[in-house]
Every structure is written in C-alpha cells, then in structure tokens.
Design a protein around this ligand. Structure first.
Ligand code: BES
Ligand code: MN
Ligand code: ZN
Length: 506
C-alpha cells in the first residue's frame, strides 16, 4: 500500500516536471572530485549557488554520492533554476603526463558538454552555464556538444537544440565569448564536411565560404578553371579532369596586423574522392564527401581568427574539385606538370590530394609567407599509425613543431610528430623518366611518402608544416564533447591557437 502511494506521487511529479521543463531554464554547475575523498568541492560559482539554496544542493549531492568526471546529475526545484545539472570536473592531477593535455581545461570541456547534454535530453530549452573557472573551455565544450547535423531531415522531425548562454553573474564573459566563436567555427567546419557531396560541390563550397567569411571581413577571391590554367596548375587540373563539376580555387585574406609577411594556410578540398580511375571499393565510400576536411579547417580557422580580431596576417589557399572516373579522367601512368615545372607521373589516381596540394603550395609560396601550413585528409595510413585521436604533423622547423604541439595540449586536439627523412623523398623522387611519382616505391610509410611528395613543392627556405587529418576526420572516440559520431572539424581549434601564437609579429 505504502509502495503504491509513493509510486503514484512520483508519477504525478514526473509528469508535471517534463511538462514544465519545456519552457524552463536549466543551469550547469561544476563540482571537483578527488580520489578517495567523498567531500564535495564546488567551483566558486557553484558554491555560491549552493549557499543560495540554504545548503540543500550540497545535501542532495551528499545523498546521491560523488559525481565523477564526465558524469552529471540533475536536481530539480533547488534555487533560482528549476533544473540544475551538476557536472563532475574530476581531478586534473589525475591526467597522465604522457597524455600531453592540459587536464584542467579538458575536464571543463568534458563537464560543460555533459551538463548541456543532460539538460537537453530533459528538453530544457534554455541552458545557462557557469564559468567553471575556465570560461573559454566551458563555452567550447557546451557549444561543441550542442550540435546536431539534421539539415536534410523534415522540419517537423528535427530535434530543436537548446539556447546555451553564459551565467550573468559568472566571471570571464570575454573568454566565454572567445570559446563560443571558436567552437561555432568548428561546428561550421563539421557542417561543411558532413554535407553530402551533391550539396557541397566546389562551387557551393566557394559560395558558402564567400557568404560566411565575407560577412566576417575576410577577403574571399574565387578563382576558376581558366585562372588555374593560366597559372599552369597542371597537377591540380589533372584531378578535376574526370568530373563534370567545375573546380574552384579559393584565396582568402585576413589582415589582422600590419605584418608584410603572411602566414599561409593550404587545405585539401576534394569535395568527393571516388579514387578516380583507381576506383575505391564501395564500402564506406560515402565518407569521402569529407575529403575537403583540410579545406574546412582552413576556412573555419580563418573565420575564427577574423571574428576574434587576432593580430595576425593570414592567407588561405584552397583548391576545390571532385576526383571522379570518366572518359576524360586522368589515367594511371599519365604524366602532368605542376606550377613549379616539376613533372609528376600519376601512377594511382586515388593519391589525388598531394596533386592538388602541390600546385596550391607553389601558389602560396609566391606570396613569400612567414611559414606555410598545409592540412589534408591525405592518407588512410595515418589512421593505421595513429588511430582516431591525434593528427600527424610533419615539419621542417622545430620551433613551429613545438608551437603546434603546445597548442594541441592546450586545446585538447593533439598532434604527433612524424618523420621527413630523405629515405622517403628518395622513394618519391628517384625515377628515370620524370621528376616525381605520386606513389611511393617502397612498402609501408604511406603518410611519410605523401609528406615527402609535398615537400618538393615548398621552397627550401620556407618553414613548413604538413598536417594529415585522415585519422580524425570522422567518428572519433576520444573527445566526449565533440561526440563520437560524424565529421569532426578537427583539429581547427589547435590551428587557431597555433596561428595566434606563432603567426604574430612578436
Ligand atoms: N582521401 C584519401 C585518404 C583517406 C582515407 C582519408 C580514409 C580519410 C579516410 C586519399 O585521397 C587516398 O585515397 N589516399 C590513398 C593513397 C594511396 C593511393 C597512396 C590511401 O590512403 O589509400
Ligand atoms: Mn584518394
Ligand atoms: Zn582523397
């Protein structure tokens, strides 16, 4: 009998709660935990909120037990907010040094994301997040978690996303806003990558960028095929040969400083990679709609830098085309000429990324940049080597490597250094009838031979980094805030951090 009564009360409350939550606000608070200690340690903001409930929040948490990193509990009708999600911030000192991550910042991203997800699952339409003592990272976690690609779902079937804002009385609003700008730009990269290839052709990509970056005071030049012919970009043009979609080449400029020299960012923009005549197997070929992930990273990085008003002079170079088989497609064994006059034998038309980047690197070099960073979903081999949690970086310059490595630790989107040995260059360049082959001679090391190929198109004196992001392109299992499904937009936050630090005039 007693059981029945209790049951009916909770049923009534449950009903009124889900009904009410539709129009009500929720708050995300953080709480630290330390090994072996049950005592609750609130963030300063959460501490104040708990006091405003006359200690009831603390009491409730004590009843349900410690909240670990990444976990959340929702408390109803305690204090000003009808729903309060308390998210575990864990103990930053528990991060393994070898993980090379700023653990305090990463814990905040994880917690803010978990809090937003929990409230969102309870249909809370307005979510307010506290600063968690790291407002930028709280904004990043919250904004990256509050993302869902449903552009092609009927309007009435789409899940509405909650509005996420910063708590008015929390500290560090400017940092929160930085985090929102950066994470929204990453979400933009995710949309560009996720969008089906028939809705994200080279022309559509160019138009979308012109609209979005143009509005952010970035100069966007859209070059066409005739321009590429004039520039003698025979390597780039050999890839678009098989497609009916016209290619594009984007040239972006953001001048946030008076620096004469720019930082050059080059991104692979294959809007669909079928492999060409060296056709790919059909399983998972749809993933190759995201083979413009390098381009998406360049575009979203420059968008974020411009919106942040970063004091840097940056240019972006983005060759865009499809890689398709047809009667006009490049054939294995064909020889083409890149803009710098080097001849390339195309032994495998599926190694097309390096072909379009070759000309883009040559063109970027004509601007005498401070350094060049190229980024590309270049090789399946990098996924074999590093998995889905870290991007591979090849660099001719130790200082730049150190700077991007540090940037990755700060953002949680890490990078790992790979070799540029002469051995790999020999495998690409040591041939009788032409200068380079787009396929390595030896066995294995596919990411390294690809990097060695690109190196031939960067002038010797120009510091250079090449970032292979094929591993982190989609379905990454390491960052709960980005989610484990879909195209990731990674590692654009690391690029923003890196360019801001390494690209300034100081
Ligand atoms: N776009 C692919 C690389 C890729 C594979 C990206 C899987 C993301 C996920 C690239 O153009 C490619 O096809 N590379 C070949 C190179 C090979 C033919 C030398 C590869 O990795 O197999
Ligand atoms: Mn390919
Ligand atoms: Zn490709």
């Amino acid at each position: 009998m007693a059981f029945l009564v209790r049951g009916s009360i909770s049923t009534v409350r449950l009903w009124s709660r889900s009904y009410a939550s539709m129009s009500k606000k929720g708050l995300v608070l953080g709480v630290y935990s330390s090994e072996g200690k049950d005592e609750v340690k609130f963030t300063p903001y959460a501490q104040k909120y708990s006091e405003s409930t006359a200690g009831k929040l603390l009491e409730q948490i004590n009843i349900c037990g410690p909240i670990k990193s990444g976990q959340t509990r929702i408390f109803w009708e305690l204090g000003k907010f009808p729903a309060v999600a308390v998210a575990g911030l864990g103990d930053a000192s528990k991060w393994d040094e070898l993980d090379e991550i700023d653990g305090a910042k990463e814990n905040v991203r994880i917690a803010a994301a978990a809090g937003v997800r929990a409230l969102s699952a309870n249909k809370i339409a307005e979510i307010v997040v506290e600063d968690m003592e790291h407002p930028q990272q709280a904004a990043e976690g919250a904004t990256l978690a509050n993302y869902k690609f449903q552009a092609f779902k009927s309007k009435d079937k789409q899940t509405p996303l909650p509005a996420v804002t910063f708590a008015e009385d929390a500290s560090g609003k400017a940092d929160w806003e930085r985090g929102v700008i950066i994470a929204e730009a990453q979400n933009f990269a995710r949309v560009l990558m996720e969008t089906p290839a028939n809705h994200m052709t080279p022309s559509i990509f160019a138009d979308t960028v012109k609209q979005r970056l143009g509005a952010a005071n970035v100069e966007v030049l859209v070059h066409d095929e005739a321009w590429a012919k004039e520039k003698k970009m025979g390597s780039f043009l050999s890839v678009t040969n098989g497609s009916n979609e016209p290619p594009r080449f984007l040239e972006l400029t953001y001048r946030g400083s008076q620096d004469e020299q720019c930082v050059a960012l080059v991104g692979k923009g294959i809007t669909f990679d079928s492999g060409g005549i060296s056709l790919k197997p059909s399983a998972n070929m749809d993933q190759m709609r995201a083979d413009m992930g390098g381009a998406a990273n360049v575009v979203s990085t420059i968008l974020a830098l411009a919106q942040l008003k970063a004091p840097v002079h940056v240019k972006g170079f983005v060759p865009l085309c499809e890689n398709m088989p047809s009667g006009t497609a490049t054939k294995p064994g064909d020889v083409v000429y890149a803009m710098n006059g080097k001849s390339i034998c195309v032994d495998n038309t599926d190694a097309e990324g390096r072909l379009i980047l070759a000309d883009a690197l040559c063109y970027a070099s004509t601007f005498n940049p401070k350094f060049i960073l190229d980024i590309a979903t270049l090789t399946g081999a990098i996924k074999v080597a590093l998995g889905d949690c870290v991007s591979g970086v090849f660099s001719s310059n130790n200082k730049l490597w150190e700077a991007i490595h540090e940037a990755g630790s700060q953002t949680g989107d890490r990078v790992w250094r790979m070799p540029l040995f002469k051995h790999y260059s020999d495998q690409m360049c040591d041939h009788n009838g032409y200068d380079l082959n787009n396929l390595g001679k030896g066995k294995g090391g596919g990411s390294c031979t690809a990097a060695a190929f690109l190196r031939e198109f960067v002038p010797k004196g120009t510091p250079w980094l090449h970032v292979d992001i094929a591993g982190v392109m989609g379905d990454c299992s390491d960052q709960s805030y980005t989610g484990s499904k879909g195209m990731s937009g990674r590692p654009m936050r690391t690029l923003v951090e890196f360019v801001t630090k390494a690209g300034g005039s100081a």
